[in-house]
Design a protein around this ligand. Structure first.
Ligand code: GLN
Ligand code: ZN
Length: 762
């Protein structure tokens, strides 16, 4: 039973990679220094995994920016525009693809970036042309192999990792119409074969080809191409073992693809979906040679493995397939978890004892092996952790647990239908047509960031810090009055991050010191950890919002992060169904909403930018997801009176396939991104005749460009052709946190002018 790993975090324990890349980009270090830092991180990673006695250790899982972009470079999938920039070094070509190139009169845009399946990692989307040629362009994989040979004692232990050809094509995009990227397979496969043969010649005995496409609803074309590619590869690549890795969900629906394919091993994800094991075992017991790799350790969450559960699966597989045809591993690459729990000094031991980051997770494989070999002690120690759950005061709060199970229909229903609420709200607020507002945040200037740093380092007292934040609020209120916006906001200056702010204030969630995870390129995020039952200890935002309200006669909008977004951007406890946790957070947010209402705040926005990204990979699970996600939102929003207006905000504009669920949220007003799509998204809203009010963003906040009055007016006009004018709000696409004051002031001025023009003319 071989123990192996699919990939290791590459940011370095002190985020060395981030620092090195950023230093290189700003010309503070040269490429040699950058490469040295990369080598050090890799060496540390390999050594750790060798120490944990893994039988197969991944190589080529390191990347200076993104492993999908690495693949594009390896295969020579590089658009002309980048190749035409004069470069000294491939690394500069690489970074120009990732980040764009603006120098010496050149101005070339970065490649598109998008989410890696349903994770929070973003990859650079490969661009394919009609007659796309492939070649071995970069040497990275071979160089990295040579590096690893110097560190690891035996080349037999090294397992280079590549994205498999079908998933690679799937992840990319056609740059021209009139061809399908899957048709490029015939050009692509020979290059894969060459790469594999070259690796074999260098002494490698195992390679891993990641094919996460196997867990999706594959089209007939994709299946055909899959069979063709692996037929060819297994024909021409004898003498080397190929492990195909599926992850993030169940692949058993596509198992018949392996009927005629003879790769040596298949990896499956038993963390996300353990029910597939039965089907896989039955398939494997008929297939005489292939090895089944069991993905048992959770590479997407930070909890210790429950050994008893894993052992059960291993034993079952051994019984039917035999020990020599089983491998054990994490379910997916450990890229999605932080590096080492030992660097956390402030987490309560009861919780920390249950946690495991990448470095600890690879040792869990070792423990599982020991248990299989008869070591009972390891199992008993691990099992005791899971038994003590209910007795630990930190994890368990009976009252909250019960409340989450007693949510009634009334709790998720406003008192009256939207039409009645709308009437009451109109009588109360007297908004003009096309009311104007913003999404919440205003520029987080250097001054604010340095203020917060000083406060964190305790160079500034709480009182002094609060006083300064209040000054920013007074200032932003005045500015909004000058711009003549109708509904004001307080600017969110007290928040670094819209999730962290709330998780710091809620009981049952903690923040780590060093729990960084790569989000894209050099960017890392530090997800909070939901470790227990969640409750609201006291007001979280009320004081700030009321302070802001006290400085204006106009209406102040309260600003909250919604339950699905808090959940989606955190590591969530895995001992209860996710919807229980969602409802607990939702209830805490509901209490905050009610407290705001009692304090005289009658417009409250609950942001849900992560609602869409939580969607399961397989369509058949969507219904279940929306059931609890929309319910969670409604728990948080439905406690208020008819006259209180609930807003929600989402950053994206793909609504066509989820439209009815968005309508189901029953927010009085929804604001979203739409200026880039030139109001096209409203098509869905008009076709389905969306009942409630809508604020389609009229200016793109992702760019420093200032929109003119006329173009905003045109967008409002366009919107008014698609939805009833009484239901239209005028606002930017998203928060203004990342913009400069200079741009913001003029842009918002133009926006209010355009709204006034619309009131007169439309
Ligand atoms: N209210 C938040 C802001 O304005 C919303 C951010 C978001 O949608 N991602 O920054
Ligand atoms: Zn947004």
């Amino acid at each position: 039973m071989l123990k192996h790993n699919l990939g290791y975090p590459r940011i370095g324990i002190q985020r060395e990679l981030k620092k090195a890349c950023e230093a290189y980009w700003s010309n503070k270090i040269d490429s040699n220094v950058l490469f040295e830092i990369g080598k050090k991180i890799k060496k540390e990673n390999w050594k750790n995994q060798e120490k944990a006695e893994l039988d197969l250790i991944p190589c080529n899982d390191f990347s200076f920016y993104d492993h999908v972009l690495d693949m594009s470079l390896l295969l020579g999938v590089i658009s002309e525009s980048y190749l035409s920039i004069p470069m000294d070094h491939n690394i500069d070509l690489y970074f120009s693809m990732a980040r764009g190139f603006q120098k010496n009169g050149w101005d070339i845009k970065a490649m598109e970036m998008t989410k890696w399946f349903n994770t929070n990692y973003h990859y650079i989307v490969p661009e394919f042309h009609k007659n796309q040629k492939f070649s071995i362009f970069s040497n990275k994989i071979f160089d990295e192999l040579e590096e690893s040979k110097k560190i690891l004692k035996s080349v037999k232990k090294i397992k280079p990792v590549l994205i498999g050809p079908i998933s690679y094509l799937f992840l990319g995009k056609e740059k021209e119409k009139s061809f399908h990227r899957m048709d490029l397979i015939e050009n692509l496969v020979p290059i894969y074969i060459k790469i594999i043969q070259k690796l074999k010649d260098k002494g490698v005995s195992w390679i891993q080809l990641d094919e996460p496409i196997l867990v999706l609803d594959m089209s007939e074309k994709e299946k055909k191409v899959f069979k063709y590619a692996y037929g060819e590869i297994s024909k021409f690549c004898s003498g080397i073992n190929i492990l195909l890795a599926s992850y993030f969900d169940d692949m058993s629906e596509n198992i018949s693809l392996f009927q005629d394919i003879s790769v040596q091993a298949l990896h499956i994800d038993l963390v996300e979906n353990s029910s597939q094991l039965e089907k896989l075992i039955s398939f494997f017991s008929k297939k005489s040679k292939m090895i089944l790799s069991l993905g048992l350790i959770n590479g997407r969450n930070i909890w210790k493995n429950n050994y008893a559960n894993s052992i059960q699966k291993i034993e079952k597989a051994i019984k039917f397939i035999g020990e020599d045809r089983i491998m054990i591993a994490p379910n997916c690459s450990l890229l999605h978890v932080p590096l080492d729990i030992e660097t956390e000094k402030n987490i309560h031991l009861d919780i920390k004892n249950r946690m495991s980051f990448a470095k600890q997770k690879i040792y869990e494989l070792n423990d599982l092996e020991k248990i299989i070999k008869g070591n009972k002690k390891v199992l008993i120690k691990n099992s005791s952790l899971f038994l003590s759950e209910k007795s630990s005061y930190i994890f368990y709060d009976k009252k909250i647990k019960e409340r989450a199970t007693k949510i009634t229909e009334k709790d998720i229903q406003r008192d009256n239908h939207f039409h009645i609420r709308q009437k009451k709200q109109r009588e109360k607020f007297h908004f003009p047509l096309f009311p104007t507002t913003t999404i919440g945040s205003f520029p987080q200037t250097r001054e604010i960031r340095s203020l917060r740093n000083k406060f964190r380092k305790k160079e500034l007292s709480q009182e002094k810090y609060d006083e300064k934040i209040k000054n920013f609020i007074i200032d932003v209120v005045k500015k909004q009055e000058e711009i003549d916006l109708d509904i004001l906001v307080h600017g969110e200056f007290e928040r670094t991050d819209m999730v962290e702010y709330f998780s710091d204030k809620l009981k049952g969630i903690l923040s780590t010191e060093n729990g960084w995870v790569q989000s894209y390129g050099s960017r890392c995020v530090k997800p909070p950890i939901i470790y227990g039952d969640i409750s609201r200890i006291g007001d979280m935002t009320v004081e700030w919002i009321c302070f802001a309200q006290s400085h204006t006669k106009k209406l102040m909008k309260g600003m909250l992060t919604g339950p699905v977004t808090i959940l989606q951007w955190s590591f969530v406890r895995d001992d209860q169904p996710i919807f229980h946790t969602a409802y607990q957070i939702a209830w805490a947010i509901r209490e905050e909403v009610l407290s705001l209402e009692r304090s005289g705040i009658h417009i409250i926005q609950i942001d849900e930018p992560a609602l869409r990204e939580g969607l399961p990979l397989k369509k058949k699970y969507w219904k279940f997801y929306f059931n609890w996600a929309i319910k969670a939102f409604r728990i948080s929003s439905s406690g208020v009176k008819d006259e209180t207006q609930i807003h929600t905000h989402m950053c994206y504009s793909e609504f066509n396939d989820i439209f009815e669920h968005i309508a189901d949220m029953d927010a009085d007003v929804i604001t979203m991104e739409s200026s880039r799509s030139k109001m096209e998204l409203l098509d869905a809203f008009s076709v389905f005749s969306y009942p409630n009010e809508i604020g389609p963003g009229v200016y793109d906040i992702h760019s420093p460009r200032i929109p003119t009055v006329e173009e905003i007016f045109e967008l409002i006009k366009k919107a008014s052709k698609k939805i009833s004018v009484e239901n239209i709000w005028v606002n930017p696409d998203c928060g203004l946190k990342t913009r400069k004051w200079k741009e913001v002031l003029i842009s918002l001025h133009n926006m209010t002018k355009a709204a006034k023009m619309a009131r007169n003319k439309l």
